[in-house]
Ligand binder design. Structure first.
Ligand SMILES: *Cc1c(COP(=O)(O)O)cnc(C)c1O
Length: 247
């Protein structure tokens, strides 16, 4: 078998395992698996892996660094031009899931379809300006910091500030409020963390019923996320293997 064929087989097997985990978790939670989208996090992995995954039926990709995601996305879209708008079911939907500096917002707005890490008003305005300049509309999720002890270097708005950020996103002309996102704090009980995220999500939905996305759950805790209403799972390692810098 060629190296590429071997990699394809490995990705296909891992993908099947993850899809089975999602189906089982949905079954146990009494949820329809169609309510849960899988975003494959391809950070640190080459565009060749993304091509294999596209061929295996994956359409949602997560990246966390602008300097990597921009060129990778350009390369992939040169293969098969994707529709730029979020709403039109493009072949390749790019989810930006990393901490985003305000000065990178203009760059990310050119290629990302969804930004999961909107956590402060200045970033809302920077993304809105970037989207306008690029002639695009972006979907934005409010990232919520679920750590009880807040560290300003870690991303995420405090739960009590999430609605204010959501309002800012809603009033931005070139952004569409999608919902919320969080990472379970290291060492914390993911069930508790995702239950807390669910409360924030419902608080926002009272005001903005269409903000229905809950981006939560990674390789290690996707079952807990499904139990607490996640609509979008961000899974890297369980599909691609350990990231090159961690090997
Ligand atoms: C890398 C990353 C993931 C994927 O994590 P895995 O444990 O590899 O599945 C999910 N969410 C965010 C925000 C990430 O940075």
């Amino acid at each position: 078998m060629s190296e590429l064929a071997e990699r394809r087989a490995e990705l296909a097997a891992n993908l099947a395992l993850v899809r089975t985990r999602i189906e089982l978790a949905c079954g146990q939670a009494g949820r329809d698996p169609h309510e849960v989208s899988l975003i494959v996090v391809t950070k640190y992995f080459p565009a060749s892996d993304v091509r294999l995954l596209l061929d295996l039926g994956v359409h949602h990709y997560g990246e966390n660094r602008d300097q990597e995601a921009g060129p990778k996305c350009a390369e992939l879209r040169a293969d098969a031009p994707a529709a730029p708008a979020v709403s039109s079911a493009p072949e390749l939907t790019m989810h930006f899931i990393g901490q985003l500096q305000t000065n990178k917002a203009g760059s990310v707005a050119r290629y990302a379809d969804v930004v999961h890490t909107v956590d402060r008003p200045r970033l809302v305005s920077a993304l809105d300006r970037g989207a306008q300049a690029a002639g695009r509309r972006l979907r934005a999720l409010v990232q919520v910091d679920l750590e009880p002890e807040r560290d300003p270097n870690r991303g995420g708005a405090r739960p009590e500030d999430a609605l204010t950020i959501a309002e800012a996103v809603d009033t931005a002309a070139h952004l569409e409020l999608g919902g919320v996102m969080a990472v379970a704090p290291l060492g914390a009980d993911p069930d508790e963390a995702f239950a807390a995220l669910g409360r924030v999500a419902r608080g926002i939905q009272v005001r903005f019923p269409s903000a229905s996305w809950v981006s939560a759950g990674m390789s290690g805790d996707l079952e807990a996320a499904v139990r607490h209403g996640a609509t979008h799972l961000r899974v890297g390692t369980a599909i691609l293997g350990s990231r090159p810098h961690l090997r």
